[in-house]
Design a protein around this ligand. Structure first.
Ligand code: GAP
Length: 550
């Protein structure tokens, strides 16, 4: 079968609200959280991360040899390991740690009616607008969101200025409530939200165009306001099931993995004798025709999702929603991120079938962006599949002795986005030793290589002993053996890919049966017995400690 990708055309379901103003301060994340530290808003840092990802074999542009394919990327020798470890941490935290969550691997190709039932055929659209001078295409809602972000930054500046002026006596929330300039900016943002919502819901896209014109939004490339009308584009790719392209066999590349879970609900529930509440977890590729692909692997046309649909009794869904919201934030923070770089972004305007939705956002060098969504999807999906398939999708509850369509709470995280987050968060330049040292301070359990075994020099029996250590450890840990270059250069290469430990074999090792263990982040070196290495690596690089912290 030849895979033909054609572009089919047509509001994303979970359209976001503007932020509420959020208070400064620390503590556990809640729905009105964190100011971003100014030093993270750093485009240069991001450029360095992107260059580093390529130089050290983490991420390559797809089809680079043929000048590349926009918004599609390949993972290199270190990237694939890091990605696999993030996926594994998610999977084990969801499936291994929960007796009532099981896994699934459903096919990418699914019956086309599934996408009609899910609403993707009619409603999975982005409103696009073109600039006639630059011929560049933009998402109309993103142009407006960027405008709103500028307003939020202005508000932030006003708050910071006032905090400096008033010192310890500054009452931030009172200032926000009463300052006329802030009120004006916040009202402007609310108005944009309202007009955008009205335009998208009613299909009157003319009012969205008029708003873009009224706000004087210009094309970042041409600098002009010469805009086309706003039109809806469907984000699904379509292809053919068979060789004959008569349109009847056309099907879609899945834009989310969730539907594969919904259509297998009964299969898993019955064969696994699952009792509600229970969850089904799945990781896999999803495809979206993202016209405006930006910021490296943040928004791709082919990407991977890690999703879990939690089926519960109607009426209990909001309790489970709160549970998963907190549990997922805990998962993120378990990886060592500073709590101030995370925030919740509640959706104020809900999709018609959702009764609660929130994004977990991370502060990338280019600002806060969604990494994961937690959505209370009610019985919409299972109900629609019941309707479209003509088959009952009900759960008989032995406790209440009734049968119902379960409600669903979904957790949906992008693996590639989590990967980018991890790179951005862990990329560091250490200036403490004079010469700048680039390192990835990855959580050891996520590091592509756990230990590098390095003979100090290539003779006197040091390579033989180092190889013996390598051959002993490699069955349990991802290890790397290298004897080329000076030991300093080898340490730097391992720092750059995030290897937490370097084990150096020197002349003393031959007599004493010990080695130098070098720690990546502190560069601290200690002498340890060869016989102790396995226990040290197990205790410090395994995933169990991370899992236990959840
Ligand atoms: N099943 C629900 C769903 O798909 P979503 O908010 O559209 O919800 C979930 O996507 C997550 O998938 C996002 O939080 C993001 O991390 C990731 N994601 C979505 N579109 C993406 C894209 N084009 N490229 C990379 N990751 C993407």
């Amino acid at each position: 079968m030849s895979l033909q990708l054609t572009f089919s055309t047509s509001d994303r379901f979970f359209r976001k609200s503007s932020f509420l103003l959020w208070p400064t301060g620390s503590g556990a994340p809640n729905s009105r959280t964190y100011l971003c530290p100014a030093n993270m808003q750093n485009e240069d840092l991001f450029k360095q991360v992107v260059a580093h990802a390529k130089e050290y074999g983490f991420v390559f542009q797809s089809s680079e040899l043929y000048d590349g394919l926009s918004a599609v990327y390949d993972y290199g020798q270190n990237g694939v390991e890091l990605k696999k470890n993030i996926r594994e941490y998610w999977w084990r935290s969801m499936v291994q740690l929960h007796q009532n969550i099981v896994g699934l691997d459903s096919a990418i190709f699914m019956h086309p009616r599934i996408w009609k039932a899910s609403g993707h055929v009619d409603g999975f659209n982005d409103p696009m607008i073109d600039n006639k001078d630059s011929k560049k295409r933009y998402r109309a809602d993103v142009l407006l969101e960027d405008y709103q972000e500028k307003n939020r930054q202005k508000i932030q500046k006003e708050v910071e200025k006032a905090a400096k002026r008033f010192g310890a006596s500054f009452d931030e929330s009172m200032f926000i409530k009463t300052n006329p300039r802030i009120q004006e900016l916040a009202a402007a943002n609310e108005r944009i939200d309202q007009i955008l919502k009205d335009g998208l819901e009613s299909g009157e896209l003319g009012i969205v165009k008029s708003l873009i014109e009224e706000l004087g939004i210009v094309c970042p490339v041409s600098g002009t306001k010469n805009w086309t009308d706003v039109r809806q584009f469907n984000l699904m790719y379509s292809t053919q099931m068979s060789a004959t392209e008569n349109g009847e066999d056309s099907l879609y590349l899945r834009p989310e993995t969730a539907q594969g879970i919904f259509v297998n609900f009964l299969n898993v529930q019955k064969t696994g004798r699952m009792k509600i509440p229970f969850g089904i977890a799945q990781t896999g590729k999803a495809f979206r025709n993202e016209i405006v692909a930006r910021q490296f692997i943040l928004r791709m046309k082919e990407f991977e999702q890690m999703e879990m649909q939690f089926f519960c009794k109607p009426g209990t869904e909001l309790t489970w929603y709160s549970h998963w919201k907190e549990a997922r934030m805990k998962w993120h923070l378990s990886l060592g991120a500073d709590v101030r770089h995370y925030r919740f972004h509640d959706h104020v305007k809900m999709a018609h079938y959702a009764n609660a939705a929130v994004d977990i956002e991370f502060e990338f060098p280019f600002g806060f962006k969604e990494v994961e969504g937690i959505h209370s999807r009610t019985d919409f999906d299972l109900g629609r599949h019941e309707e479209f398939s003509g088959k009952k999708i009900r759960y008989f509850d032995p406790e209440s002795n009734d049968s119902y369509i379960p409600y669903v709470v979904e957790t949906s995280i992008g693996l590639d986005r989590m990967f980018l987050l991890t790179l951005c968060r862990c990329f560091k330049t250490d200036l403490s030793g004079g010469e700048p040292r680039t390192l990835l301070s990855l959580p050891p359990a996520l590091a592509p290589i756990k230990a590098a075994i390095l003979p100090l020099i290539k003779k006197d029996g040091l390579p033989e002993l180092a190889e013996r250590i390598f051959n002993d450890l490699r069955y349990d840990f991802a290890c790397y053996y290298e004897e080329k270059d000076t030991i300093g250069k080898r340490y730097r290469r391992m720092d750059a890919i995030g290897t937490p430990y370097c084990i150096t074999v020197d002349h003393e090792s031959l007599a004493q049966e010990d080695v130098t263990l070098r720690h990546r982040d502190s560069m601290h070196q200690e002498r340890v017995k060869i016989s102790a290495l396995r226990d040290i690596l197990s205790a410090n690089t395994g995933m169990n400690n991370l899992l236990r912290s959840l």
